[in-house]
Design a protein around this ligand. Structure first.
Ligand SMILES: [Zn+2]
Ligand SMILES: [Zn+2]
Length: 305
């Protein structure tokens, strides 16, 4: 069975919450596994609003230490403690984040009920952070005013499914079934050859999700990202505010769409919108002139990868 792979947007605004939009946070679900990417202020409230079972989150990934991407973290971690969580939790984030968390818990005399591990991220290339049997999470560098990484979640090849009609035709040795499911032909002791393309269905294309939080226009991303199934790219400004985007190391809608084309993304959702834009339709139109299927991310909506 193919596990569901989806991203739920909990927040898509930049520095100041405005127009009913919240700070960056997203939940990525791959089958039974739940990951939280960025954790802006109000993340736990948004999780409740959209009925996300926060207890299922096992790993948290923080892109950088601007407040709009991590100030909700202490709330989430403290609530886990109040609910007597015992399941281990790992946080991946930039240097300094462990000190911030430890200091707050030290001064509130908090003893955690669950094991909390911190893994420092490095914005110096494509680094594998989590190697799960069914997917892999890597970080890659973005170009922003602080050390910042994006995150790439890639599905791994699972077992191939067997062609039921072929199984019914004749008895197939267990060893053959095992090797076919793993993706290998099998030759029996009597010389019978069990071929992969006869006995199994081809694996559907592998899916991947790329998250680019805060970055200026960065064509170097093509070194790390190629044909993601879904790309989330920040789109803080419109072209008319390009000078502001340059000064603050952010992207415009046109920049985001240009990157999506460059890395041949299958789909693009925009986010991290500046509070200066109430109506986002003009921004969407700008992106669509470059990447016609671009979409605005919407809070509470889950996007299939
Ligand atoms: Zn930001
Ligand atoms: Zn930032």
């Amino acid at each position: 069975m193919i596990p569901e792979f989806e991203v739920t947007i909990l927040g898509n605004t930049s520095s100041i919450p405005a127009h009913g939009r919240n700070h960056t946070a997203q939940v990525v679900r791959f089958g039974q596994e739940c990951l939280l990417i960025d954790c802006g202020e109000g993340t736990q409230i948004q999780m409740r609003r959209y009925k996300i079972k926060s207890s299922r989150i096992t790993h948290i990934f923080i892109s950088h230490l601007h407040g709009d991407h991590y100030l909700g973290l202490m709330g989430v971690l403290s609530s886990y403690n109040l609910s007597k969580r015992t399941k281990p939790l790992t946080i991946f984030g930039p240097q300094g984040l462990d000190e911030i968390i430890t200091t707050q818990f030290r001064w509130s005399n908090t003893k955690l009920t669950y094991p909390l591990t911190f893994v420092e991220t490095r914005p110096d290339g494509l680094n594998v952070l989590l190697d799960h049997p069914r997917f892999k999470v890597s970080s890659f560098p973005l170009t922003h005013r602080l050390p910042t990484t994006g995150f790439l979640i890639e599905e791994k090849k699972g077992f191939r499914s067997l062609v039921k009609e072929k199984l019914a035709e004749k008895k197939i040795p267990l060893a053959a079934i095992q090797s076919l499911r793993k993706g290998e032909d099998y030759r029996g002791e009597d010389g019978t050859l069990y071929q992969l393309d006869v006995y199994t269905h081809p694996h559907p294309p592998l899916r991947s999700y790329a998250f680019c939080s805060d970055t200026r226009f960065e064509p170097e991303l093509a070194k790390y990202l190629f044909e993601p199934t879904l790309l989330y790219h920040e789109s803080t400004f419109m072209d008319c505010d390009a000078p502001r985007a340059a000064v603050t190391f952010h992207s415009t809608a046109r920049d985001a769409a240009t990157i999506a084309n460059l890395i041949r993304a299958k789909a693009l959702i925009l986010g991290h919108f500046s509070s200066r834009y109430g109506d986002l339709q003009p921004m969407l139109e700008e992106a669509k002139t470059v990447f016609p299927t671009a979409a605005l991310s919407e809070e509470g909506i889950s996007y299939l990868v």
